[in-house]
Design a protein around this ligand. Sequence first.
Ligand code: AMP
Length: 509
Amino acid sequence: MSANLHDVLFPASLPGTATALTLAGTGGVWSRARLADTAGRIAAVLRAAGVVPGDRVAAQVEKSGEAVALYLACLKAGAVYLPLNTAYTPHEMAAFLGDAEPTVFVGQPQAMAALAPHLPEGCTRFTLDAAGGGSLSDAADAHFPLVESMPRGRDDLAAILYTSGTTGRAKGAMITHGNLIHAAEALNALWGITGDDVLLHALPVFHAHGLFIAINCALRAGAPIWFLPKFAVDPVIDLLPRSTLFMGVPTLYTRLLGDPRLTRDLCGRMRLFTSGSAPLSGTTFDAFRDRTGHAILERYGTTETAIISSNPLIGDRIQGTVGYAMPDVEVRIFGEAGEEMPRGDVGEVVLRGPNVFAGYWRMPEESTAAFTPDGFFRTGDLARMGEDGRITIVGRAKDLIISGGYNVYPREVEAALARLDGVEDCAVIGVPHPDFGEGVIAIVERKPGLPAPEPAALLSGLSGALARYKLPKHLIVQDALPRNAMGKVQKTELRRIHAGIFQDGSDAA
Ligand code: AMP
């Protein structure tokens, strides 16, 4: 039986007249029928360009109704969709395009000239601008929609997403139709998403969170989407009273909290706020609950696995934990020798299930290394699982700091620092230290509008909360931390910048 995600997202039971997307700003409305029709036309354009199932279609485009239709068209035509961050430079794009060898590339008109030399020979190009115009839309208008979706099995590829590449060479995670069908259906059941919901969509659509979680869940459920070109406080404040569901990353919540208009009344119709992609601090969780009455539901996932675990919809959403394993997903905590750790002990999160990707594109060795011999995907995240099955992430394995022989989990130090006055956000990293092997240092982002906290005051604030060996030996306060498009702090970059701090042998604190 075919398991084409496109057809799962457009079941015959949902009326075409219902709204799929409303573009915030222009107010343009895309009914489900219009979205499906445009997707069908673009699918016909792709076919005419020679795309056969399994071919890659790469896109570096802004958010628009047509951009969503392009993604759906790829599914329909059996192509493998390859969304690329609009912030990538031509130099970065060259590596992705060379690796993925797309048959079709869709780009922003103004970027085409710089990208042309990096496109593989024979690659057909189309343009798509932020307003949805360009040669792709012109071609779509001139084609009749492809009627039947290409039959696809659950293991057939739907997309390749390059993992952020902050840790070295970027890897293309191969995501299947089956992975995405599982994610959308399991999350809709778990979070109670139905056609009565209205999703406020402010995330980018070149990342798994904004594309595969937010869009797929809403389309599958028949929930209309307010589609924001990008996150900004004003339109979110404007649309919250007319929404029920918001999916965010922690920085979006801290930015909303910075606006006094965020109140309980404003969120009166809201049913659920979720957070993922990076750890949500206790301060943000508490402040958001105080202001709006909503406990943000934190969940945990990776590009390779969609959602791994989630706090419950009904029942306690416990700050600092990422909840229970998703249904059908087997999550274990493994020690270094591949043994399962006792409940409560820290180890690496590994998992098996229908959500787990098919490996890295054209990287057989990395793909093999990403799994244990029993077929569990190794996330590289360190966590503990409580007796009740709740998972608490303590950091990335590669971020674990070993200082003087002691393990320091950055998350624990970050959580303690985040509770102190004047701290907006922080990152705790280990850098080479002549005596200790690695020395713990903290980089603090000051809270805007308040006096910058003194490093000495912060260190003394920590000393009551943490054992001495965990305390930063050096603490820097600055205006902002380096972040990627999902708001994730770039620790690799911080480690590079601060690598030499202890090299003169002095203890900088
Ligand atoms: P990405 O593949 O870019 O989405 O990054 C996945 C990584 O983000 C995971 O391996 C975790 O390290 C981190 N992550 C995602 N969600 C959470 C969360 N709720 N809490 C802590 N870390 C998270």
